[in-house]
Ligand binder design. Structure first.
Ligand SMILES: Cc1cc2nc3c(=O)[nH]c(=O)nc-3n(C[C@H](O)[C@H](O)[C@H](O)COP(=O)(O)O)c2cc1C
Length: 303
């Protein structure tokens, strides 16, 4: 059999866009356990079945391999921090979130879009994972949009749609990109002022396809991430959309130079809006939770 490159395979699997869930259960001694999972799939309506794949490497694997009940919490678009807690935190994960228990005693996370309370129907070994099949005993769902995940990055469908709507309503939208490489971001210097790489959409192109093409045209090998900021200038009525991107190499292709995120505050930016945005970027990159600013140049809200 052909030897597959496992890193490339992981990336290929990751190109499948999913939502994000937290899978929870209770140990026999009453300790809540949980992990972030995007391997969740609905399986059958009659009987009502779903599945999720816990890795054998999970510290809680033995608990999930033997659990009689478990719950699936589908995260809403504002619960990226909860996904990060249940994917990485070594502290007590449940002390960092609000939660209740369902009728089977499974932890149910407050604010999640949907909860499924399940009885374990089957637990199958599958390579370095198990396939945990649950029969849905009960569920609750509310209106809203789920958190998205693709190619190693989160996205919010609501905000992506907002960006798409702005770029379809307006003839021209300014689309910029914060390209990150090794703790630095790419900035150009014009007349002593720092600026981000930026371009404009033409009549028929969307913001995301414009910025993707801009990166290709400039020979920047970068993976495009989520929207970081959407704002309108009250002075010239122009709309601006900024995306995040992650470059593989330090090659700037003549677009400017990479500047350490730690020293962004010292930069003299071309506009106060850009300065504000990059100050927020520096703060958020420290804690790893990125919000999305939506509003006008001076007044808006970070989601
Ligand atoms: C978006 C996302 C999806 C994930 N999906 C899965 C999954 O389906 N199965 C799994 O075992 N781990 C998955 N993980 C990784 C686990 O959440 C992570 O390894 C786990 O929380 C580590 O827990 P531990 O420190 O208790 O071992 C995912 C992580 C993220 C960020």
């Amino acid at each position: 059999m052909k030897q597959l490159d496992s890193k490339a395979l992981r990336n290929a699997f990751g190109s499948y866009m999913t939502g994000v869930t937290v899978i929870t259960t209770m140990t026999d001694d009453g300790t809540p356990v949980g992990f972030t999972a995007n391997s969740f799939t609905s399986v059958s309506l009659e009987p009502p079945l779903l599945l999720v794949c816990p890795a054998k490497s999970l510290s809680s694997f033995e608990v999930f391999a033997n659990c009689k009940h478990f719950a699936v919490n589908i995260l809403s678009e504002d619960q990226q921090n909860i996904s990060n807690i249940f994917a990485g935190s070594k502290e007590d994960r449940f002390s960092q979130v609000e939660w209740q228990t369902d009728a089977q005693g499974n932890p149910i996370i407050d604010g999640a879009l949907t909860h499924f309370s399940c009885k374990t129907e089957r637990n199958l070994e599958a390579g370095d994972h198990h396939i945990l099949i649950g029969e849905v005993l009960d569920f609750s769902a509310r209106e809203g949009l789920g958190l998205g995940y693709a190619s190693g990055g989160y996205f919010s469908l609501g905000l992506e749609r907002e960006a798409a709507e702005i770029s379809s309503q307006q003839k021209q939208v300014n689309v910029g990109v914060i390209i990150e490489h090794n703790g630095k971001v790419l900035l150009s210097q014009n007349d002593g002022k720092a600026a981000l790489p930026i371009t404009t959409t033409d009549d028929h192109s969307s913001a995301v396809s414009t910025i993707r093409q801009f990166l290709i045209n400039n020979g920047i090998d970068a993976e495009l991430g989520a929207v970081f900021s959407i704002y309108e200038s009250t002075k010239n009525n122009n709309s601006y959309i900024f995306y995040r991107a992650f470059a593989e190499s330090a090659d700037t292709q003549g677009l400017g130079e990479y500047v350490a995120i730690d020293s962004l505050a010292k930069q003299d930016f071309a506009s106060p809006a850009m300065a504000q945005m990059m100050t927020r970027y520096a703060i958020e990159s420290k804690n790893g939770f990125y919000g999305v600013y939506v509003g006008q140049e001076e007044h808006g809200k970070v989601h």
